[in-house]
Write a protein that binds this ligand. Structure first.
Ligand code: 3PG
Length: 306
């Protein structure tokens, strides 16, 4: 039976570990676990005899793939797969998959919490503002923003989205208004929530051309990837727009500077927290295990991304 390695620098919740183990045991697949590792060499050693690999944000680069001589499949338990070098995986004959949608509710809940946290002045005891009646604009309309749209509408927000791949009709079914241009996101939103992957096209795409358009007291929420922000433009937005706020799930490179200069208008999680719930870990982890079993048993490549 194929040997599965679960390598998670940021471990799954205990209940997820138990359920992933049960899934693999039921199918008779041997498994080993490398959690909270601090040296990638440990990852390289552990992956040497694995035929299948489950990861989270762990980097699967050429060094890992070179070390993984038996590897047939890597499943990213989560949505974003910018941590896998897809070209090298393909060259090594390794199938890469993600588990789309499995942790989306958790990420959407964090985005909502972050909006409220900033609207209430990071709980500083002073008067803040409410979300009801405000405009929320979603940059991207995949799984996470769909959950967030539902929550925001429940609160009484007016929800808009821009996604060049999704039609106005589809958005209208969720009660979301369609925006035509990327610039409209930045002109329209009292709150702007980013839900784009980190790709060659999107890296640093949130630049000054866009940030210069935001409303004076806009709150920008980033539960996507820190790389999509042009950090020079971000700093300029803080300098020029005295009420602009930014909240991010993981610290940008300029995080220390932002904290020093604008602590009341900036917050970032020290470690990526979006998918850090027991429920999301169970959903994504068990889905990853099932996808590996279906791949070996039936040749199922449904969630292949390379
Ligand atoms: C994702 O892309 O699914 C999220 O960013 C979650 O990442 P994590 O598994 O490292 O928490």
């Amino acid at each position: 039976m194929p040997k599965v390695l679960i390598a998670t620098e940021k471990p799954f919740a205990a209940e997820a570990v138990q359920k992933i183990k049960a899934e693999l045991d039921k199918a008779g697949y041997p498994h080993s676990w490398l959690e909270s590792y601090t040296d990638v060499k440990d990852f390289h050693a552990a992956v040497a005899d694995a035929e299948a690999l489950i990861i989270r944000s762990d980097k699967v680069d050429a060094a890992v793939l070179d070390a993984a001589k038996q590897l047939k499949i890597v499943v990213r338990a989560g949505a974003g797969y910018d941590n896998i070098d897809l070209a090298v995986a393909t060259a090594h004959g390794v199938v890469a998959m993600n588990t789309p949608g499995q942790n989306s509710n958790a990420v959407a809940e964090l985005a909502l919490a972050m909006m409220i946290y900033m609207a209430r002045g990071k709980f500083n005891g002073k008067s803040g503002s409410e979300l009801a009646g405000k405009k929320l604009v979603l940059h991207g309309f995949g799984n996470v923003p769909r959950f967030l749209a539902k929550m925001a509408k429940g609160i009484g927000m007016d929800v808009y989205a821009y996604d060049p791949y999704i039609s106005a009709d589809v958005m209208a079914k969720d009660g979301v208004k369609h925006l035509d241009k990327v610039e409209d996101i930045f002109r329209t939103g009292d709150y702007i929530s980013l839900h784009i992957p980190a790709t060659a096209e999107t890296k640093k795409s949130i630049n000054w051309n866009l940030l210069s358009l935001v409303k004076p007291d806009c709150i920008l929420v980033n539960t996507a990837r820190k790389e999509v922000i042009d950090e020079e433009a971000l700093l300029k937005a803080f300098e020029e727009k005295k009420k602009f706020r930014y909240v991010s799930d993981v610290e940008p490179e300029c995080g220390a500077k932002l904290m020093e200069l604008y602590a009341d208008r900036y917050y970032a999680t020290p470690k990526k927290m979006g998918a850090q719930t027991g429920e999301a870990n169970v959903n994504a982890g068990v889905a990853a295990a099932k996808q590996i079993i279906a791949f070996f048993e039936k040749g199922d490549t449904t969630f292949k991304v390379n």
